[in-house]
Ligand binder design. Structure first.
Ligand code: SR1
Ligand code: MG
Length: 396
């Protein structure tokens, strides 16, 4: 009997990254390989390996046993690397053109080797630089509808769905979201990070009992509603984009959760962008917000009508009930994301990068206000047009 030995984890460096791809025969013998670490995320290393002869390149992403944003004092499971590789493969079954291709992954060494997308732009960077990316919301609406519908009970045998819930249990990464998105920004927690000029607004949030009750309900949904295999961290830094292509990366926070969470995070990051823009440049982003919801709901509905395995799927009112629930969840989760990106641990460059202090503080206050309104009014707002009106009525 052969007993396979668990490989010893070691963080890669540029030299060992090249040795790794050579050992896996991912390049020709004659290749001239170079490697650089290009990661700018909060958690992992990302190496780009290029053959100077053929110009072929690939990406090695390796998880560290701690959160890079904080350091070794914040240990973090390496299992997130295999979760990420497996989610990319699972979501790739439904939207192969919208996720990177995975070539090799290794659970013990916590790396994934995948398609190099560096010809594309990180959506957040492009949007901050004023680009509009015409395909973005159409592609993300379709990504959301298909990944979420086809991993839900509406499309899967209940045994397979429950097997996937277990396979993608991701407690440590979920705990980060539970703390950083829900609990901490609404309480006086050490992890929060905000300018003193926001203290009055922040105290207002912490002392708003009605708001805290709604956030508690949203957190409970996040904790308990295993509806579909989420990306789990679908902000605009998790999307590569160009005029003609969109690719969703980085699903290491994936788990079975409420469908509205992914939609809400994406829409919130578009709202932040809209808040920073004026006139026609702003309209483009508002259109992306509407289009995301409209494409999501129409594609989800088509899937429901044509692919649902649920015997109750065609009972009058059930589909509408589900879509309305997803819509109000989406708005509530978007509200939490807006608030945590303004005063929590992990900020966004769209706001922090505004150099003029008066403008930065004014727009952050507005972001907090819109976040609060979305959470509190999520059951009153019935359509995406009403959400756009709310955004138009709340400008700086
Ligand atoms: C410690 S991780 C901080 C944030 O970065 C990730 O991208 C998630 O959004 C997380 O909340
Ligand atoms: Mg990430």
């Amino acid at each position: 009997m052969t007993i396979l030995k668990k490989k010893q984890y070691e963080p890669l460096i540029e030299k060992t990254a090249i040795e790794l791809v050579k050992s896996l025969n991912l390049f020709a013998e004659s290749s001239q390989l170079s490697c650089q670490e290009i990661g700018d995320g909060n958690l992992n290393y990302v190496f780009q390996v290029t053959d100077s002869i053929t110009k072929k390149s690939l990406i090695i992403k390796q998880a560290l046993p701690y959160a890079k944003i904080i350091g070794e004092s914040w240990p973090l499971t390496l299992k997130r690397a295999s979760i990420e590789a497996n989610v990319l493969k699972k979501h790739g079954e439904f939207v192969p053109e919208l996720v990177p291709e995975v070539y090799v992954s290794d659970e013990d060494l916590a790396f994934t080797i995948m398609e190099d997308l560096s010809h594309l732009t990180v959506a957040r960077e492009g949007l901050i630089n004023g680009k509009s990316f015409p395909r973005l919301s159409h592609d993300i609406g379709r990504y959301l509808a298909n990944t979420l519908f086809y991993t839900s009970d509406f499309a899967l045998h209940p045994f397979e769905k429950k097997r996937l819930v277990l396979e993608f249990a991701n407690p440590e990464l979920c705990k980060i979201t539970e703390d950083l998105v829900f609990t901490d920004p609404f309480n006086d927690s050490d992890s929060n990070d905000f300018e003193p000029e926001l203290a009055k607004e922040v105290n207002g949030l912490w002392n708003n009992a009605a708001l805290k009750l709604e956030v508690a309900k949203l957190k409970f949904s996040f904790l308990t509603e295993a509806q579909a295999l989420l990306h789990g961290d679908l902000h605009t830094g998790s999307i590569f984009v160009s005029e003609t292509q969109t690719k969703v990366i980085d699903p290491e926070f994936a788990f079975y959760g409420p469908i509205g969470f992914d939609i809400g995070q994406f829409i919130a990051n578009l709202i932040v962008q809209a808040i920073t823009r004026e006139d026609a440049n702003r309209t483009v982003i508002l259109d992306h917000i509407s289009q995301t919801w409209n494409v999501f709901s129409s594609t989800f509905s088509d899937n429901w009508q044509n692919k649902s395995l649920e015997p109750f799927a065609h009972v009058d009112g059930f589909e509408e009930h589900i879509l309305q629930k997803i819509f109000s969840d989406t708005l509530g989760f978007a509200g939490c994301e807006l608030i945590r990106r303004t005063i929590g641990l992990a900020h966004v460059k769209d706001l922090d990068g505004i150099e003029n202090q008066e403008k930065r503080i004014r727009l952050k206050k507005l972001t907090l206000k819109i976040g609060e309104l979305l959470i509190l009014k999520r059951h009153d707002l019935k359509t995406i047009t009403e959400v756009i009106t709310l955004l138009e009525n709340n400008r700086s």
